[in-house]
Design a protein around this ligand. Structure first.
Ligand code: FAD
Length: 463
């Protein structure tokens, strides 16, 4: 069987690894990646050691059936071992994200070892730009004009870039539209005022990168609610366990109540949120579509800032920048942007939250877009996704958070039928599972999808 996996971030590599380990018949896996290196994706390509994982090492195993796999890697790998701290249990430590990139690449190296079962993982450094269905799969076309037939194709294309929206009015030389472009961040003059739009984890990353590069100028971080990710404190679990799917308003009340009770008993609200980690997908799928919509409209910023937290060291650095006055967090909405006449600065009109129609003017020299991935696939600039959409082989999910997908990862086409040859995993499945962006959520999905593909593979293709 020929399997084409498009994208070699964590999702693509872990899927290739799981197929490699579980296949019992000859299988050829082609792992396509458009970046310079396989195995890093957007999250782990950073070379800043200050960019830490936001999940403790003990929860970062890349393999669903081997919980200590990442811990064993850091103990074994000489480069990674340099980052082990002696003052904390290993499983509670937050490692640099680049260490995790090395870890993913070690998985890749392992599954390139020739196997007696004739399972081969071939790395293809090329962007897939198109795929056309055939009788027994797809013909894949790449930017470098390769044409490759496969029996199954899996979209492991990860997170999209943010949408520019109003920021499109910022002259290109003053706008960093891709917050993962560290070269662009490096090029910002150190004394200039920077406006970061968005106050989530990407903002934190960007601000830490600026600081590490010696930025001394003011930084303003703006979002509608001005909510910044909370800091990890307790990594334990506690309070209510055994959460069951319920109506949204009951859940909301119960979660808040459990967190307050936990805090009043001398515990930490985070322990309650931690217990939710393992059942969030069940709770999400137990909501009606209109409850899901209501959650997305009103509760997401609160959920995200409490659920996806900062490593304590990062939380401390951010606090120090706020306390020193260098970083200002603002809640408000951008109303308009123009250039100041005769100057290289921008004038940004902001309507502060709760301030009615009153506007304030901010002056900044550079703008960095940290508003989060644009999940609306119909605006994607990925030629492959555009082509599949045009052919009606895929369609957006009901919330436009990614792709419409069946429970087993099969993509659903424009007619509402699920495919036996086209699959996805990771961030594109957010509409179905909601919490499916981080490694602890994707690893189980990856193992299940590998097994599913191998079962399908053993069935002869219909003629
Ligand atoms: C900055 C950041 C920090 C994060 N930190 C953590 C963390 O600490 N812990 C955690 O658990 N999760 C973290 N995450 C979540 C992260 O999304 C997952 O951990 C994981 O990296 C998702 O992997 P992925 O392979 O699905 O997506 P990606 O990493 O986005 O990889 C997708 C890959 O597909 C490639 N691709 C796309 N289209 C094509 C095409 N047409 N042809 C060829 N290649 C293509 C892209 O180049 C990319 O390399 C973080 C995310 C970000 C963005």
């Amino acid at each position: 069987m020929e399997i084409g996996i498009i994208g070699a971030g964590y999702s693509g590599v872990s899927l290739a690894y799981n197929i490699y380990r579980n296949a019992t018949e000859p299988t050829h896996i082609l792992l396509f990646e458009r970046r310079k290196e396989h195995g890093l994706g957007a999250a782990y390509a950073t070379t800043h050691a200050e960019h830490l994982l936001n999940v403790p090492a003990g929860s970062m195993s890349g393999l669903a059936d081997d919980p200590d796999h990442f811990l064993n890697f850091v103990l074994r790998d000489k480069r990674a071992a340099r980052y082990i701290r002696m003052d904390q249990p290993l499983q509670d430590q937050f490692f640099p994200r680049m260490v995790y990139g090395w870890y993913i690449q070690s998985l890749l190296a392992e599954c390139q070892t020739p196997s007696a079962r004739q399972v081969i993982v071939e790395l293809v450094s090329d962007a897939v730009i198109d795929a056309v269905p055939t009788d027994d799969g797809f013909v894949i076309r790449t930017q470098n004009r390769r044409v490759i037939p496969v029996n199954k194709m899996i979209l492991a294309t990860g997170n999209a870039h943010p949408a520019n929206g109003l920021l499109a009015q910022v002259p290109a030389r003053q706008l960093i539209a891709d917050p993962w472009n560290y070269d662009a961040i490096r090029s910002v003059p150190r004394d200039r005022t920077v406006l970061v739009v968005g106050t989530g984890l990407t903002m934190v990353d960007t601000v830490i990168a600026l600081k590490t590069l010696g930025h001394g100028g003011p930084i303003i971080a703006l979002s509608r609610r001005g909510l910044v990710p909370q800091r990890h404190e307790s990594l334990g679990y506690g309070g209510t366990t055994g959460w069951e799917p319920e109506r949204l308003r009951h859940l909301r009340r119960k979660i808040r109540g459990a967190a307050q009770t936990r805090a009043a008993a001398g515990g930490d609200w985070r322990e309650v949120i931690n217990t939710l980690r393992y059942c969030t997908q069940e709770l999400w799928t137990g909501l009606t579509v209109s409850e899901q919509k209501s959650f997305l409209r009103h509760l997401v910023p609160y959920w995200e800032s409490h659920r996806h937290r900062l490593a304590p060291e990062i939380g401390d650095k951010l606090r120090a920048m706020i306390d020193s006055g260098q970083l200002r967090i603002m809640a408000g909405k951008i109303d308009g942007i123009d250039s100041l006449p005769g100057a290289n600065s921008l004038r940004i009109q902001v309507r502060p939250r709760g301030g009615g129609s009153q506007t304030r003017v901010l002056v900044a020299d550079y703008v960095i877009n940290c508003t989060g991935p644009d999940t609306n696939i119909s605006r994607s600039n990925n030629p492959l996704l555009q082509s599949l959409l045009r052919q009606r082989l895929i369609r957006p999910d009901i919330h436009r958070m990614g792709l419409d997908v069946a429970a087993d990862g099969a993509l659903i086409n424009g007619q509402g039928e699920s495919s036996e040859t086209l699959f996805t995993l990771g961030p594109p499945t957010r509409g179905r599972w909601y919490e499916i962006v981080a490694v602890p959520d994707i690893r189980g999905q990856s193992l299940r999808l590998a097994r599913r593909l191998l079962t399908l593979g053993s069935v002869p293709a219909a003629t």
